[in-house]
Design a protein around this ligand. Structure first.
Ligand code: FEO
Length: 402
């Protein structure tokens, strides 16, 4: 035995792996703390795997399975809750190892299985609410489309109350020894969980709400996601997070993002921030869009109600890193924010014009007219920025008192 057995119950095991090598999740989201790919094995009359892992860890993965079921042991079912390759990457290896395995998925799973891996056999199709009896365990399937892909579903094990939730309730960050929520300090995972949610699943708030409604009918004793800790002691807390995040509920605070080449727009951000503080706003975060990856900015924005964007002009339009940010926001379309924006024209402007269009598209409440300055802010411009920041603070305080 090389690897310790990690038990969720008497005969349900965590067989996941940690990835500390990949720099970017989906080749775009920074992973300074790595990521875990969780997979689970139910040992019963019919052995069953729930989701697999990314393909870079195949040897360890298969080794872990054999250590539990023994040499010559077999896997009868493989439940595919989600086809994204960070979880489906080992399906081919499982099929090769256990050619009789039944691959459990829904109508939308199998075209992906064929498209990504050329697998056209061993399909075991289920529909919403169907069950599979493994012997002592009974699996019930809950279809949860678009949390995160169209084929996504969850699997509920009835005898233990474990919900295998796919990406839902997942988090960036490896499992560094602690696997269960009560074995670790959760403060780290709260940030990484929200960064994961807001950037990966955040676009699908409505679908997450529908999934939460469906899940609320189940007696959940443990949540076993495909990323991050397994939740058994703080289930209400994570369900509360998901309810809040999927409804776009935010706290009092302001995220200020600036795009600045030589510091003039940054000074405008500083004026705005100081005014907000003088007005009693305590949660103020300033980000330099050139330096901070959008995923961290979007994470902060999922927490705080106020958003203030400032940008230099660049070639008659908006500064490129700010352009990337607003394009990303228009793609995700978070709701329920207050917006203020400002910019420097340089010689011909363009940044504020782009932010005008953004404001129209994103449909957030704009707290005050935009402030556009020529070259750099003078005394009058500074007064206009102060007025805009005061308007933001006042609207936030109205929420506080409502
Ligand atoms: Fe962790 Fe949508 O895959």
């Amino acid at each position: 035995m090389i690897h310790q057995k990690v038990k969720l119950s008497n005969d349900i095991y965590w067989i996941g792996v940690n990835d500390r090598r990949t720099h970017l999740f989906e080749n775009q989201w920074p992973l300074p703390n790595g990521v875990a790919y969780n997979s689970y094995l139910i040992v019963d009359k019919f052995n069953c795997i729930v989701d697999t892992v990314e393909m870079s860890k195949l040897d360890t993965y298969i080794e872990k399975i054999y250590e539990i079921i023994g040499e010559g042991g077999k896997v009868d079912y493989l439940v595919v809750n989600h086809m994204e390759p960070d979880h489906s990457g080992a399906i081919k290896a499982v099929l090769k190892e256990w050619p009789e395995v039944k691959i459990v998925g829904n109508l939308k799973t199998f075209p992906m299985l064929e498209g990504f891996y050329g697998i056209t056999t061993n399909y075991y199709k289920i529909e919403d609410g169907d069950t599979i009896d493994l012997g002592n365990h009974k699996l019930k399937f809950v279809l949860t489309p678009m949390v995160h892909w169209p084929e996504t579903m969850m699997t509920y094990e009835e005898s233990t109350g474990i919900l295998f939730s796919a990406d839902a309730f997942g988090s960036f960050g490896t499992l560094d020894g602690g696997i269960f929520d009560d074995e670790i300090n959760l403060s780290f995972y709260e940030e990484e969980m929200r960064r994961y949610y807001s950037n990966i699943v955040g676009k699908y708030g409505l679908q997450v709400q529908k999934a939460m409604d469906k899940a609320s009918a189940l007696d959940i004793k443990m949540i076993a996601s495909t990323h991050g800790p397994i939740w058994r002691s703080h289930i209400a807390t994570v369900i509360d997070y998901y309810n809040k995040w999927s409804r776009y509920e935010t706290e009092e605070g302001v995220v200020i993002v600036f795009g600045s080449m030589y510091g003039n727009t940054e000074i405008m951000a500083e004026i705005v921030a100081r005014t907000l503080s003088e007005e009693g706003i305590k949660n103020i975060r300033i980000f330099d869009s050139s330096k901070t990856h959008n995923s961290y900015i979007i994470n902060a924005l999922w927490k705080y109600r106020g958003v203030m964007l400032g940008s230099a002009a660049y070639n008659g339009s908006i500064f490129t890193p700010m352009s990337d940010l607003i394009r990303e926001l228009e793609h995700i379309m978070p709701k329920n924010h207050l917006l203020g924006y400002f910019g420097s024209m340089s010689w011909g402007g363009g940044a504020v014009r782009a932010l005008d269009k953004f404001a129209e598209a994103i449909k957030w409440e704009v707290v005050a007219p935009a402030v556009e300055v020529k070259h750099s802010a003078n005394n009058d411009d500074s007064a206009r920025l102060v007025a805009m920041a005061k308007a933001m603070a006042n609207r936030l305080k109205e929420y506080r008192n409502s």
